[in-house]
Write a protein that binds this ligand. Structure first.
Ligand code: KG4
Ligand code: ZN
Length: 358
């Protein structure tokens, strides 16, 4: 069944057409307006979603090869992100999906955004003959690691659609921590990708930042202490500088030290959970979320998986790591196959919807 998917949970206005695990088209507009504010402003996100939603949907239908006048007739169901996310941003995608569902008489599927990130590693960016091959390579139960601006979770995937959160952040999420660290170093927002580039030029051992939750063995994440430590070091260094600024070398070294600690923390908790006696055999790890785009983190996760004899499943490209509608379409396809539809009039946003309560 061909699914038209819509995603507006944060600052990307996205639409896609998918079929099983295959992406027939995927279109997104990343809102630039928030850069000046150093973070997502919900009212501006809503305004931009409203301005762009019709265009991304039309482009998704056209790019999937459907005629512009009759594209919707090719679609079997509409999937939309119901949560978690910014309430007024979610509302734009939901209202549009409800309208289309009623106008064209298409069944509607409500999708959890985190479930989208969990399954994004299974999505085939290119249509191939090996349809569904990827999901056949995954044995359940498996683990998922979702690392993005708004999520830091290790999740037990009992089967597709049944999840249990094993670890999550007590304060800042990993992408948020990278973005705030980048901002403290004067690198703009969002900063994860810039921080990665600057970290490659720096010496991670020049400055010693604290290891988050160093003496705790709880399966949880915490980044606010590390962020505060970085801000303190920046304040000390700039107060000693003649021009009151960090040198380029200091920025590179601090970026390297900070990123290293952020990733060491993730890897430590991941290893501990893989070593924990879950009473289950875990052979597969699915990774998703914007921070997964980081190559240094990817190689750290790969070596944990190699050590533990676990197969690593990673999104095929950067677009599938960050927020996108293709992952929503793929989850929508699984739910449609099980007949899990919702009535348009009953679909409302769920800003704090946990993936555990599907
Ligand atoms: O998945 P995503 O688009 O949105 C949320 O669901 O939150 O993730 C956005 C996050 C931002 O914090 C951004 O800085 C981070 O992903 N990010 C990266 C990289 N590219 C994007 N973090 C580290 N390295 C990157 N290359
Ligand atoms: Zn996301």
């Amino acid at each position: 069944m061909k699914i038209l998917a819509v995603e507006t949970s944060c600052d990307e206005t996205a639409a896609a057409v998918t079929e099983d695990l295959n992406v027939l088209s995927s279109v997104k507009i990343t809102q630039e307006v928030h850069k000046a504010w150093g973070g997502v402003v919900p009212s501006l996100a809503k305004r931009d979603h409203e301005a762009n939603i019709d265009w991304v949907i039309e482009q998704a239908l056209v790019n999937a090869g459907f005629p512009i006048e009759s594209g919707m007739t090719q679609i079997g169901a509409i999937a939309v992100t119901q949560g978690p996310g910014l309430a007024i941003a979610l509302g734009v995608g939901i209202a549009k999906a409800r309208d289309l569902s009623e106008k064209y008489n298409k069944p509607l599927v409500a999708v959890n955004h985190v479930e989208g990130h969990i399954l994004s590693a299974l999505v085939s960016a290119e249509k191939s003959n090996t349809q569904n091959q990827k999901s056949k390579q995954v044995s359940f139960p498996c683990l998922a690691l979702v690392i993005s601006g708004g999520h830091t979770q290790i999740i037990l995937v009992k089967e597709i659609g049944k999840y249990k959160i094993l670890a999550q952040s007590l304060d800042d999420d990993i992408g948020e921590a990278l973005d705030k660290g980048a901002r403290a170093l004067g690198l703009g927002w969002p900063g994860g990708a810039v921080l990665e580039e600057r970290a490659k030029l720096g010496n991670p051992k020049k400055y010693i930042l604290p290891m988050p939750m160093a003496r705790r063995t709880t399966n949880a994440f915490s980044y606010s202490g590390l962020k505060a430590a970085l801000i303190r070091v920046v304040a000390q260094l700039t107060s000693c500088a003649v021009d009151g600024k960090l040198s380029e070398e200091q920025v590179n070294d601090l970026a390297a030290a900070y990123q290293e600690r952020v990733f060491e923390h993730i890897v430590r908790v991941l290893k501990r959970i893989l070593n924990d006696d879950l009473g289950l055999v875990i052979n597969d790890l699915l990774v998703g979320g914007g921070v997964a785009a980081n190559q240094s983190l990817k190689s750290k996760i790969q070596s944990v998986c190699d050590d533990q004899n676990v197969r690593l499943h990673y999104p095929e490209n950067m677009v599938l790591c960050t927020d996108n509608a293709a992952m929503i379409g793929v989850v929508g396809g699984f739910k449609a196959a099980k007949g899990e539809f919702v009535k348009p009039a009953e679909l409302d946003r769920k800003p704090r919807w946990s993936v555990e309560s599907l």
